[in-house]
Ligand binder design. Structure first.
Ligand SMILES: Nc1nc2c(c(=O)[nH]1)N[C@H]1C(S)=C(S)[C@@H](COP(=O)(O)O)O[C@H]1N2
Ligand SMILES: [Mo]
Length: 421
């Protein structure tokens, strides 16, 4: 086993012990005589096992779930072909153009034709002064579950925007990446000029991203350069970036808009389980772990409820607001971050982290993942449904305040659970 993983497990083992002690002193009367407390100091093997297997906070680049489109996929070419297509760092360039459909008059368009396109060398020059890093979970609006958690590094997009010397008529930036020169394969997105120039509510800037977890972006993740929008769902984070159009158009023409999605939706807060036993014995405590996506409205609580399937629930309470939810523990910052970051150090500076200690300034971190665990009390034999939900920092319980699917998933997850001898 690699040393980082061993440390991570040790950390979670300690955490588990603390967790039990707390349940043991505060919760015993309420929970009844759980076997675990009969033998203090020994952990419930069921919870131990699931905590041992818990994913790390950061995801290795090659462990991201890949939803890349394209036929062939732009990351799949041999190196020589990639060079020909400008998909390597030494051959990449970005054109910054006037929108032919609604011009804004750029005084300095950056074009291949004039030999002024923006190169990776130009990007590295800007990076010396302007590079930023921030943690962000990449989540596909359509799929709903996070594809991976990373620390993304790049140069604020506005630095390149200004190089093109746009007129004040500019209202929106439209952008896309390499797509086999086939219009049908183009994947487009766009942002208002306001979001590119200014960072509201302490958000990190929109970046031209070239590194993930301290390493160059891999071809699958969009190398050499992708856009990363901190608060946005995946579809705004265009990979293999090749073109920016500065436009007088105010409307979005995002590919995901064509798919009937809400293209202005920031990440929602929601949670899901990572491990629930399929079956337990009567009166055996139920060990549950999971993750939460900490959306734009933060995360106050994760809660779990196990309902007997024979129980009727009032039809007018479809979000189960009156259920006897129990608070889970939101796991503290890990000792080991995962994601193969060098020396297990979140590089400094990174948004949300103290540059002196390298530790997070607050926890959980907005627009990132957090993990949680709970040992639910044992139950009589029967069939049950386990549900989990988040409560955001504004005290809105999932799926509120935005229950609509086309703005991103927030439905309350349901998992079947059997209690049998
Ligand atoms: N060029 C390009 N960029 C793209 C896409 C695409 O199809 N082509 N898919 C987008 C969508 S829908 C998502 S969810 C994210 C996924 O990012 P990931 O592959 O790094 O996880 O990439 C986005 N960027
Ligand atoms: Mo997506």
């Amino acid at each position: 086993m690699n040393p980082a993983l061993t440390d991570f497990l040790a950390e979670h083992t300690n955490l588990t012990r603390r967790y039990f002690l707390r349940c043991g002193t505060a919760g015993v009367a309420a929970l009844g005589a759980l076997p675990i407390f009969a033998n203090a100091g020994e952990r419930d093997p069921a919870l131990q096992k699931v905590l041992d297997g818990l994913e790390t906070w950061l995801t290795k680049q090659d462990a991201f779930r890949d939803v890349s489109r394209g036929n062939p996929k732009p990351h799949s070419f041999e190196v020589e072909k990639k060079k020909e297509l400008g998909l390597t760092r030494d051959t990449w360039s970005l054109e910054v153009l006037d929108d032919p459909d609604d011009k804004v008059r750029l005084r300095n368009p950056l074009t291949k034709e004039k030999g002024t396109a923006f190169t990776f060398k130009d990007l590295m020059k800007l990076a010396e002064k302007h590079a930023v890093r921030f943690p962000k979970v990449m989540t596909c609006l359509n799929i709903g579950c996070p594809l991976g958690m990373g620390i993304w590094e790049g140069v604020p997009l506005r630095e390149v925007f200004w190089l093109a010397k746009p007129s004040p008529a500019v209202r929106r930036v439209h952008y896309y990446g390499y797509h086999n020169d086939d219009p049908k394969q183009m994947f487009r997105s766009s942002l208002s000029i306001g979001r590119i120039l200014e960072d509201p509510y302490d958000l990190p800037p929109v970046i031209l991203c070239y590194k993930l977890n301290g390493e160059w972006l891999t071809p699958e993740r969009g190398a050499p350069v992708r856009v990363v929008v901190p608060e946005a769902y995946g579809f705004k984070n265009i990979k293999w970036l090749s073109h920016l159009f500065l436009s007088h158009r105010w409307q979005s023409n995002d590919t995901y808009g064509d798919a009937k999605n809400d293209v202005d939706s920031p990440l929602k807060t929601f949670c899901e389980t990572l491990s629930v036993p399929a079956a337990v014995k009567p009166d055996q405590p139920v060990a549950v772990t999971g993750y939460a996506q900490v959306g734009i409205s933060g995360l106050k609580k994760v809660q779990v409820w196990i309902q007997n399937n024979d129980e009727e629930w009032p039809a007018d309470d479809k979000y189960f607001t009156k259920a006897p939810w129990r608070d889970a523990e939101i796991l503290p910052p890990p000792k080991n971050w995962g994601g193969d970051i060098a020396d297990n150090q979140v590089p400094s500076p990174t948004y949300g982290f103290d540059p002196k200690t390298g530790q997070p300034k607050t926890w959980p971190i907005r627009l990132a993942k957090a993990h949680w665990a709970i040992l639910m009390p044992g139950l009589p034999a029967g069939k049950y449904t386990l549900r989990c939900r988040t409560v955001d920092a504004n005290d809105k319980a999932q799926p509120m305040p935005r229950p609509f699917r086309k703005s991103g998933r927030a439905a309350i997850q349901e998992v079947g659970l059997k209690v049998e001898v």
